[in-house]
Design a binder for this molecule. Structure first.
Ligand code: V4E
Length: 197
């Protein structure tokens, strides 16, 4: 099976239309807090530390010196001992307290309600953010390479009918949060070429 998918930004009206049209299959809610120093010591190395609900995760690029326009793959550390090792963070207190002592603070914090819908052959995943922003991913599964263009056209037609707008490169929930709520940190990442606008 081949997944053909595209991401969109949804207005509140488009979100309501999808909710009326499609069948809700599942929903989960999660809160992400991203940590970095004020001068973006991690972000400028494309390294991302977050607490998702109560669990810490550190994403480290596999090829840190890769051309910034190429696809980036990350190594993901999910246990506190490996995270401390990677960050050279001595163990004297809880991870959160030790991060604070080393100059790391929360640069972005948002709650995502992730809703998984089905409509005819379309799978629609909505990430509804608590700061008034919704991203949707529309996906079709096909069996044959030759059907890719037709599937893309179906997704585009669906998006047009329900008022979904293409997601800009800089439209991730993380970047959009920073652009609205933490401009100084956002500007460092844009200037460093990490967030492309
Ligand atoms: C890569 C990255 C970050 C890590 C979070 O990214 P991702 O795993 O895609 O988040 P999410 O929550 O949607 O997926 P899930 O883990 O639930 O499957 S945080 C910042 N970045 C880098 C980055 C960038 N360079 N440019 C832009 C526009 N956004 C983010």
């Amino acid at each position: 099976m081949i997944e053909v998918e595209k991401k969109f930004v949804l207005s509140p009206e488009a979100e309501t239309k999808i909710a009326q049209l499609a069948t809700l299959k599942s929903e989960k809610v999660m809160t992400d807090a991203y940590f970095d120093t004020a001068d973006a010591k991690l972000g400028l190395h494309d390294t991302w530390l977050r607490a998702r609900d109560t669990h810490y995760e550190l994403k480290v690029p596999l090829r840190p010196d890769a051309d910034k326009s190429s696809v980036v793959y990350y190594r993901e550390l999910i246990d506190d001992v490996s995270i401390r090792g990677e960050l050279d963070l001595p163990h004297s207190d809880s991870l959160e307290a030790d991060l604070g002592k080393a100059g790391f603070m929360v640069q972005a914090k948002f709650t995502t309600t992730r809703r998984h819908y089905q409509y005819e052959n379309f799978t629609i995943d909505l990430d509804i953010l608590d700061f008034g922003y919704t991203i949707g991913e529309v996906e079709l599964l096909i069996e044959d390479d030759d059907d890719v263009a037709a599937a893309e056209a179906k997704i585009e037609a669906f998006a047009k009918e329900y008022g979904l707008k293409g997601l800009p490169q800089s439209g991730s929930k993380f970047a959009e949060y920073l652009r609205r709520k933490n401009k100084s940190y956002y500007d460092i990442l844009v200037k460093g070429g990490v967030i492309k606008v």
